[in-house]
Write a protein that binds this ligand. Structure first.
Ligand code: IMP
Ligand code: MG
Length: 175
C-alpha cells in the first residue's frame, strides 16, 4: 500500500475546508448531515474545527455491492435530525461517480430545508457521471482506489490514519 495523503496532510486539508465552510455560513447556525459510514472520521475531525453553532446528524447511504463495483443505492434516514427550515451541509468521504451525493441531496431537498450544500474529503479525477459539483472539496485525487480515514474496501481499512492506495494485489485478496 502506498500513502497518498498522510495524517498531517489530511489534518491540514480538513482545517482548510473547515475555514471555507465557516466563512461561507458566517454566524448562521448549521445542520451537518454525515453520510454513513465513510464520513465518520472526517465528520469527527471537521466538526471539531468548526467554531460555530451547529447540530450533527447522520444518514446511511449504502449500495448493494461488494468491493469496488457499485449497485443500487438505498438511503436510510431514520437517525437523521429534522432539516425543515435549516441550512444543511451534507458531509461525505468521496465524490466518485457522484451518484450517491446527488441522490442524498435530492432526498434532503424533499424535506424543505432552507439550503443544502455539500462537503467531501476527496474528489476523484475524471470519474464523475453527474452534472453536480460539491461546494467544498478538501482534496482532488487521481483515479485510484483509496482506503483509510473512513474509506473502506469490503468494510476493512477504515481505521487507517493515512489515506492509502490499494494496489490490484490487495484488491484481489478479498479477506
Ligand atoms: P459515488 O460513486 O460518488 O456515488 O461514490 C459512492 C461511494 O463509493 C462513496 O461514498 C464511497 O463509499 C465509495 N467509493 C468510491 N470510490 C472509493 C474509493 O476509492 N475508496 C473507497 N470507497 C470509494
Ligand atoms: Mg464505502
Amino acid at each position: 500500500m502506498k500513502t497518498l495523503l498522510s495524517e498531517e496532510e489530511l489534518e491540514a486539508g480538513v482545517a482548510r475546508m473547515a475555514s471555507e465552510i465557516a466563512a461561507s455560513y458566517r454566524e448562521r447556525p448549521l445542520t451537518i448531515v454525515g453520510v454513513l459510514t465513510g464520513s465518520i472520521v472526517l465528520l469527527a475531525d471537521l466538526i471539531r474545527q468548526l467554531d460555530m453553532s451547529l447540530r450533527v446528524g447522520v444518514l446511511q447511504a449504502s449500495s448493494y455491492r461488494s468491493g469496488t463495483t457499485r449497485g443500487e443505492l438505498t438511503i436510510n434516514s431514520e437517525m437523521m435530525l429534522d432539516v425543515a427550515g435549516r441550512d444543511i451541509l451534507v458531509v461525505d468521504d468521496i465524490f466518485d461517480t457522484g451518484h450517491t451525493l446527488v441522490e442524498v441531496v435530492a432526498k434532503l431537498n424533499e424535506l424543505a430545508p432552507t439550503s443544502v450544500k455539500t462537503a467531501v474529503l476527496l474528489r476523484k479525477h475524471g470519474r464523475q457521471e453527474v452534472d453536480f459539483r460539491p461546494d467544498f472539496v478538501a482534496f482532488d485525487i487521481p483515479d485510484e482506489f483509496v482506503v483509510g480515514y473512513g474509506l473502506d474496501y469490503a468494510d476493512q481499512y477504515r481505521h487507517l490514519r493515512d489515506l492509502v492506495v490499494l494496489e490490484p494485489d490487495d484488491l484481489a485478496s478479498d479477506k
